[in-house]
Design a binder for this molecule. Structure first.
Ligand code: MGD
Ligand code: MGD
Ligand code: MO
Length: 790
């Protein structure tokens, strides 16, 4: 099963035999002093991705990326080290910048040429290749085309629709995690002043399970570690995360930790290239190849087996304590800071090893080895991402991480902690700023105190809830601040029909995607500045601020000219929608209510005004304008991390009892997970390659263990239709995938997101967090009817 030996991190037998790093060998990037010369090297290596940007723009941007006076990379939420390297970016960050800063633009003729019907038939890849959106466009009710519209008219249309609703709760305001803190704060304020808490966001599909679990058991839903903790840890356990592709700069931190003596354990059904081997080319960081072996132990768990695995490790820790009473657990910590040990220990006393084996597919000896590593380490960090959060039992699984860490006091001390690794670069900041359909009353009270408003207290709709409500006709206006909800959410066909029932859909975006082609009866595209671009307002050039996965907040400044003269900033667009909604309410003889309580023009003129309000409302952001101007920004306070203060109901960290459950896979079926390829950012497809997994020029593949391929009577390379099986009995099919024999865990399979979203019913969600279950879908593979050659 998992045949990567201790200390070696070999790629298991059956892994693609080519050198996954082969292409990188041509990448010539010099040491710091030669970095100017290095940039063209990167450009060369990443052709054609960077072609659209031109050399001058490219160099300027790549060198400012993640720097103290530059802009924050939009490709992930990995933090910046305090001592920055000259080129503080990775290959995928460069791709994200190139994609945004493309000089190619969608001209006005494009909209005449392409009907919506035609655009809806295009792939995400094609749509993203059309260039930057630079003019607002409107699709009228009776038209199959968008057509250019003035900004005034665009805002008037949104305002009219919003004012015409019977209730503010008939609108829903989605946010994707690239939005700045300033835009996010303005947006949630607008939605609430308008009268609704319907603020779904990408986090609902992402780390919501993390927030639910951590919030409940330690009182704060965020990482308990700082950047520097990685170098101080002596064991780092990486669960359900593929940093080589999705957080490449994390590999540098892991390599540094390794040099400082840390051991690394990867827990994953897939032997992900970046977890196995890492070649640090100095710059750019994050290139995977035949370099250092990273993982000391690779635990090849079955999909959804982590809860059982964690319980089995905790049980071994408790058994060790029973053998050496007083020597194993951190009793001082447990007595002072936690509750629930006795119940937890007795629940694990009769943990069934056979069930653990069935759930994990991992031999007892491997679990013993993992437990030994945990027991010999003094400072342990556990990181995780979508491989844990997108399961039915995601929330209890994450609570089991906390259980394990608490047993030996691994929270709230240097080099130790629980570290969710967020996805979108500012998804955490957006939440801090109030983008959440269930913000606590304390936050809403602070808003009311600051603005004199009376914002609603009833919880709003999340992402799944919004689609559900659209389906029933309960949401009539949909506004999206970034993102691509139709493509990102589960049950694609249902989501598309749901959006089509709205009266108006509004996308505030940088680039074309499927959510622009599947619209309400009327639709608007409002094109905005991206993070790379200079944002000029009446008071001068503006900067924005963002928060990374370890709660560090800092400024981000664009440095190139906007892609078009007609672009507005996100803050401006939000402020003008708010004013238009207020005007429209007045025109209808109604009161603008709370919308008039805010100085929207002031927000737009000078983002310091927004930040002054953030300072007054958001805990930890006091004196925001001063702190954000410090070179390295500042770190938000975090009780558990800083002082072992746990803001839970009883002020303690909770060891919890979680009934063991795993996803059973009926005979002849597989468990399918949906993953990202190396050349994509969520629904944005940069190219159709996934070179770390050996795939080139296509995405219609399903990775299956060679023995499962044989057992299912299939052949490597065969075309299959993938049918998912859920209790609702609906036959959901992803047709025409090519079987790729691949060393994933037995009984498991993987295909690409977002294509595979067609297979997941809207109602298949994680308990408590309501996150779509994207990582363990029971599927049946049927040989596809391949048309005979003509
Ligand atoms: N280049 C690039 N960077 C990105 C993104 C991108 O699309 N492209 N997306 C961003 C976003 S929004 C996010 S949320 C993150 C996502 O970062 P990841 O969570 O790394 O993304 P996924 O591709 O979903 O990979 C999930 C990983 O978990 C493993 N896994 C799946 N199921 C299980 C399980 O049951 N148990 C265990 N132990 N492992 C499992 C998979 O094999 C895979 O390695 O990346 C962010 N960064
Ligand atoms: N099956 C399956 N489904 C999943 C996942 C999975 O692993 N499997 N992962 C889930 C996760 S973790 C997430 S986070 C969601 C992602 O869901 P979203 O965040 O909604 O999707 P993205 O693809 O990141 O959004 C990309 C679009 O954002 C716009 N954009 C880019 N930059 C900017 C900007 O600066 N400003 C504005 N206004 N717009 C911008 C562009 O138009 C681009 O097309 O998908 C989820 N869906
Ligand atoms: Mo995400």
């Amino acid at each position: 099963m998992s045949n990567v030996g201790t200390g070696e991190g070999r790629v298991p037998a059956g892994a693609p035999q080519h050198d996954v790093g082969a292409e990188d060998d041509g990448l010539k990037v010099g040491p710091p002093k030669e970095w100017a010369a290095g940039v063209p090297g990167i450009v060369h290596a990443m052709e054609p991705t960077l072609r659209g940007m031109g050399p001058a723009r490219t160099a300027k941007l790549l060198l400012r990326m993640n720097h103290k006076h530059g802009f924050d990379c939009m490709s992930c939420a990995w933090p910046d080290p305090d001592r920055r390297k000259p080129a503080e970016f990775c290959e995928n960050g460069a791709k994200a910048v190139a994609w945004e800063a493309s000089t190619l633009t969608v001209d006005q003729g494009f909209w005449r040429e392409h009907s919506l019907t035609e655009l809806a038939g295009r792939s995400e890849y094609w749509l993203g290749q059309q260039g930057r959106l630079v003019d607002p466009v409107y699709k009228a009710a009776d038209s199959d085309h968008y057509a250019p519209v003035s900004w005034e008219e665009a805002f008037r249309i949104v305002g009219q629709h919003l004012a015409a609703l019977d209730s503010p709760d008939e609108a829903s305001f989605y946010t994707s995690g690239r939005t700045s803190n300033e835009a996010a704060f303005a947006y949630q304020l607008f939605a609430r002043a308008f009268g609704t808490n319907n603020l779904p966001d990408c986090s609902n599909m992402c780390h919501e399970s993390t927030g639910s679990a951590l919030g409940e058991v330690i009182g704060v839903g965020k990482s308990t570690v700082t950047y520097d903790d990685f170098a101080r840890a002596d064991l780092i356990i990486i669960m359900g995360q593929n940093p080589g592709t999705n957080h490449p700069r994390m590999l540098t931190a892991l390599e540094e930790a390794k040099h400082a003596g840390a051991q690394i354990v990867a827990i994953n059904p897939l032997p992900e290239a970046g977890l196995m081997r890492y070649k640090n080319p100095q710059t750019p960081r994050g290139i995977v190849g035949r370099g250092t072996a990273l993982a000391d132990q690779f635990v090849q768990v079955r999909l959804g087996g982590d809860m059982a695995l964690l319980q089995a490790v905790s049980k071994r820790v408790l058994d060790a304590e029973a053998r050496h009473p007083g020597d194993v657990l951190d009793h001082d910590f447990i007595d002072t800071y936690t509750t629930g040990l006795d119940a937890f220990a007795s629940s694990l006393a009769d943990l069934d090893e056979d069930e653990v084996l069935a759930a994990t597919g991992v031999a007892s000896a491997e679990i013993d080895e993992l437990a030994d590593r945990y027991l010999t380490a003094q400072r342990v960090i556990v990181t995780w991402a979508m491989g844990l959060t997108q399961h039915k039992k995601a929330v209890p699984t994450i609570k089991e991480i906390v259980n394990l860490l608490l047993l030996r006091g691994n929270i709230g001390r240097p080099g130790a902690g629980a570290s969710p690794i967020r996805g979108h670069s500012n998804v955490q900041g957006d939440r801090t700023m109030g983008i959440w359909e269930q913000m606590p009353d304390a936050f809403l009270d602070a808003l009311d105190a600051e603005f004199g408003t009376s914002v609603p207290r009833e919880h709003g709709l999340d992402a799944v809830g919004t689609i559900d409500a659209m389906r029933d006709g309960r949401i009539r206006t949909f506004v999206s601040l970034g993102g691509n909800l139709v493509s990102a959410i589960s049950d694609t066909a249902v989501a598309e029909r749901a959006i089509a029932r709205t009266g108006l859909s509004v996308q505030i975006s940088t680039k074309l995607n499927r959510s622009h082609t599947i619209t309400g009866r009327e639709a608007l595209i409002l094109p905005c500045l991206g993070r790379t671009e200079i944002d000029r307002q009446a008071s001068g050039e503006q900067f924005v601020s963002v928060e990374d996965t370890v709660c560090a907040v800092h400024a981000s400044r664009g440095s190139v000219e906007p892609s078009g003269p007609n672009l507005l900033s996100e803050v401006t667009i939000v402020a003008r929608i708010a004013r238009a909604a207020a005007d429209a309410r007045r025109e209808r003889g109604a009161d603008a209510h709370d919308l008039d309580a805010v100085d929207w023009e002031g927000f737009e003129r000078d983002y310091d005004v927004v930040r002054d309000h953030i300072a007054a409302v958001v805990p930890g952001c006091e004196d925001y304008n001063a702190k954000i101007r410090r070179e390295s920004g500042f770190v938000l306070p975090h009780g558990p991390r800083d002082s072992r203060t746990f803001p839970t109901s009883d002020g303690k960290a909770h060891l919890t009892v979680n009934a063991l459950e795993h996803v059973a896979c009926p005979p002849g079926r597989l468990l399918l997970q949906t993953v990202r390829a190396h050349d994509q950012f969520n629904t944005t497809i940069y190219s159709r390659n996934d070179r770390y997994r050996g795939v080139k020029g296509g995405r219609d593949v399903i990775f299956v263990h060679p023995d499962d391929v044989a057992d299912l009577g299939l052949r490597d390379g065969q075309q299959v239709d993938v049918h998912s099986e859920f209790e609702d009995g609906v036959d959901r099919v992803l047709p025409g995938l090519r079987v790729v024999a691949y060393p994933t865990a037995r009984g498991c399979a993987a295909a690409y997101f977002p294509e595979a979203n067609v297979l997941v019913p809207l109602g298949a969600v994680a308990e408590q967090s309501n996150t779509p279950v994207s990582k363990a879908v029971v599927v049946r593979l049927e040989p596809a009817e391949v048309p005979a050659p003509a």
